[in-house]
Structures are given as C-alpha cells and as structure tokens.
Design a binder for this molecule. Structure first.
Ligand code: HEC
Length: 119
C-alpha cells in the first residue's frame, strides 16, 4: 500500500510520524551546536597539551625535550595578551603556527585559557 509516501521510510509501510521526525531533527541540531561550542579547554587538550602538558606544566616527553617553560611561570604570565596571541598564531622555534588551523576568536580564547593555568 502506497500511502503518504513522503513519510514512508520502512519497507513494511511504517512511516515515521511527525513527532519522531521532529525529535530526530532536534537531536541532530543539539549535536551540531555541541560540536560548534567546543571549548578552549578542548582545543588546548587537542592542539597544545602534547607539548605543553595537560595543565601547561610542560611535563610531557616533548615538553621536557624542548625544555619548555611551564605556562603558569612568571616568564610566560608576564607576557602581554598580544605577545601570547602572536606566539600561538605565528609559532615560535619548534612550535608550529596555528593561524591557519584556528580562528582568531579561538586563539583569543586560548590566550584567556593560558591565563587560567596559574597555580
Ligand atoms: C610541537 C610542540 C608544541 C605545540 C603543539 C604547541 N607549542 Fe607552544 N611552544 C612550543 C615551543 C617549542 C615554544 C617556544 C618555547 C621557547 O620560547 O623556548 C612554545 C611557546 C609557547 C608559548 C610562549 C611560552 C614562553 O615560554 O614564552 C605559549 C603561550 C604557547 N607556546 C602556547 C601554546 C598553545 C596555546 C598551543 C596550542 C594551540 C601550543 N603552544 C602548541 C611548542 C609547542
């Protein structure tokens, strides 16, 4: 029986009702907004922690090899937001530039994140 074919999704003729369809669309939208709202903490973990360590302590193999300063040290925290922004966007020594991989807004958020790594 072909009835209401637009909604008919299953071979046995069952169709998704409107409510199920709307819930599905709602769930998909929630998923999308969640992935767009990736926080600076997630970005840091994905892009920076391999070298700088989870809390910026440089306690990773790479961090030790590169002799990185902990991000909470005065030498780093005394730099201006602009200096830190520039290091992240242009890179420094063995650190790659991130201006092609991250948006300006994301880099600003990372500067703010680096400021939270004091302890
Ligand atoms: C491949 C390893 C690597 C990755 C990945 C990396 N960095 Fe770096 N980072 C370095 C190196 C090397 C330096 C230069 C240290 C120096 O000046 O001796 C540095 C310097 C810095 C500085 C200045 C620190 C200082 O001592 O003056 C900041 C801030 C910084 N990185 C933040 C970040 C952020 C935020 C990310 C992620 C977007 C990141 N880094 C990713 C290796 C890395």
């Amino acid at each position: 029986m072909q009835k209401n074919s637009m909604w008919q999704l299953f071979p046995d003729g069952r169709a998704l009702n409107r409510r199920a369809t709307l819930s599905f669309i709602f769930a998909a939208m929630m998923l999308c907004s969640y992935s767009f709202a990736e926080s600076s903490a997630d970005t840091y973990k994905a892009k920076c922690s391999a070298c700088h360590g989870k809390r910026g302590d440089a306690d990773t193999m790479i961090g030790k090899n590169l002799k990185l300063r902990p991000l909470h040290s005065p030498e780093v925290q005394n730099q201006s937001d602009e200096q830190i922004f520039n290091v992240i966007s242009r890179g420094k020594d063995r650190m790659p530039a991130f201006d092609k991989k991250l948006s300006k807004e994301q880099i600003h958020e990372l500067v703010r994140y680096v400021r939270t790594l004091t302890k």
